[in-house]
Write a protein that binds this ligand. Structure first.
Ligand SMILES: Cc1ncc(COP(=O)(O)O)c(C=O)c1O
Length: 479
């Protein structure tokens, strides 16, 4: 017969004979932790307890030794083990709720509240399907070459210590690419490698903004940037666009930071011409505002020559340039980067380290090999041809299937297009979702009142057949 105090606390399942010690240890531990067994209570000796439980003495001794080692029991030679002093169980306000596993309401930080308030519409679009924007075609990706790079990098991995943030080989490969193709002004060491473009934007926001600073964002614009800027405490103002992009005319307010997507404005796809770029840089110089240039999918350019980066026009370290591998390679590769001014390298390395925004050295090494042996450039060339054809196909199919319901802006590059319409685009997207097509409403991208409506459609990841079927479904829904 089990000791009266222990009966009801210990109940071993003999069907699980191999784990009897584990069961006894866990049942006693939880009874001590929640106060059902209190300080001073003495267990029977291991011989007696083994007899009462009808298990071997070794089973009991092993459980008791473990509880002694973890501080739940005081064990002294020649004495029965007793519950250790000073173990105060956590107070339980409402035992019924505690039993049901209800979690206590936590007090949230200002940062968490700001993230929670952010009204960027993170739609739960489910599994990717046409025409989810921003997706590269994973089916056309050279998985074998990438796999070789990963394997080699993994084989050569050496312990490097926690301070190695940014691998020089990747910094050099990226710097060569950015200088040659985007006219970015950078030394390799200015490149900070992060787990995404979002992480890079978030680091820049934290490093440059104080709570209450004003930040400007294009409206319509990129909601991910809005969240990062607001989380850093900025008051985000949406700045309307004219035909050249961010419209600076007549603005009286003075921002600390301006976020722009000059290569393919997100979401309209427009290119910011050189005169507006120069105006923006003059404005930044006269006001002291820093600029974030998000060049998220500039690798894909279809018509005319790509325009050089804004960062490359600035010689004064006022522009932070941000890029990502998630568009050019694969969405879940999770590598992005920022080119930061020379004078801030150390600050960013510290910020990376202390917020843990680091990318695996093995992954960085694999990426630098992928770039160095030409696979990266070859992939961009192949995808540029493929995506250009898909852009044209979607525009044509949509025009044919919807008979003038949309005004389509053919973007000069990138991975998505905007089809403007007059109807309620949120409602239309909801109806399309039911019909099996993903589209994002243009109105969700405004800060404040939307002035135009339309569907934001990704074309890069979908085959001709998928594009035709999707356009046909859109045609039926708008008919
Ligand atoms: C404009 C823009 N910038 C940045 C990103 C984010 O890239 P990453 O996945 O590397 O955070 C996206 C992703 O959709 C984007 O559309």
């Amino acid at each position: 017969m089990l000791n009266q105090t222990l009966s009801g606390l210990v109940d071993l399942d003999r069907g699980d004979a191999a784990l009897l010690t584990r069961q006894l240890y866990e049942q006693l531990r939880s009874a001590i932790a929640d106060g059902r067994l209190r300080q001073g209570f003495r267990l029977p000796s291991s011989r007696v307890l083994a007899g009462q439980l009808d298990v071997s003495r070794n089973t009991v001794s092993a459980a008791i030794d473990q509880l002694g080692a973890e501080g739940y029991l005081d064990i002294a030679r020649g004495r029965r083990p007793s519950i250790a002093a000073g173990l105060v169980p956590p107070p339980v306000a409402d035992p019924a709720k505690a039993q049901a596993g209800a979690t206590a309401r936590q007090r949230l930080s200002g940062w968490a509240r700001r993230i929670g308030r952010s009204n960027w519409p993170f739609q739960h679009e489910g599994a990717p399907r046409p025409f989810a924007p921003g997706l590269a075609d994973g089916r056309a990706f050279p998985h074998d070459i990438w796999g070789r790079c990963l394997r080699r990098a993994a084989r050569n991995a050496r312990p490097r210590g926690g301070s190695a943030c940014n691998r020089p080989a990747l910094q050099q490969a990226l710097a060569r690419y950015l200088v040659e193709h985007r006219s970015v002004r950078t030394e390799p060491r200015q490149i900070i490698v992060t787990p995404s473009a979002q992480a890079a934007i978030e680091l820049i926001a934290r490093v440059t903004l104080e709570v209450g600073d004003v930040a400007w964002l294009e409206s319509p614009g990129y909601g991910g940037a809005r969240v990062a800027l607001e989380a850093a405490g900025a008051h985000v103002t949406g700045v309307p666009l004219d035909r050249s992009g961010l419209d600076l005319a007549g603005r009286k307010d003075r921002p600390r930071l301006i976020f722009v997507t000059p290569s393919h404005q997100y979401p309209t796809g427009k290119l910011m011409p050189i005169d507006r770029r120069l105006e923006l840089l003059r404005f930044s110089k006269s006001t002291g505002a820093v600029l974030i240039e998000d060049d998220y999918d500039s690798e894909f350019h279809y018509d005319g020559r790509p325009v050089a980066s804004l960062q490359g026009l600035d010689g004064a370290g006022r522009v932070f340039y941000v890029g990502t591998f998630s568009k050019v390679m694969l969405a879940d590769i999770r590598v992005g980067y920022a080119v930061v001014p020379e004078s801030l390298i150390e600050t960013f390395e510290l910020a990376q380290r202390h917020t843990g925004q680091l990318v695996s050295a093995t992954l960085q090494d694999a990426l630098s090999e992928f770039m160095d042996d030409g696979a990266y450039a070859a992939h961009i060339r192949r995808m540029t041809r493929l995506y250009r054809a898909r852009r044209d196909r979607l525009a044509q199919a949509l025009t044919a299937e919807t008979r003038g319901a949309f005004a389509i802006d053919l973007p000069a590059g990138g991975m998505q297009l905007l089809a403007r319409c007059r109807q309620d685009d949120r409602l239309l997207c909801a109806r399309l979702a039911e019909a099996g097509v993903t589209a994002r409403p243009l109105s969700n991208h405004y800060i404040g009142k939307a002035t135009e409506r339309g569907l934001f459609l990704g074309f890069a990841a979908w085959t001709d057949q998928e594009i035709d079927n999707g356009a046909n479904l859109i045609g039926r829904v708008v008919a």
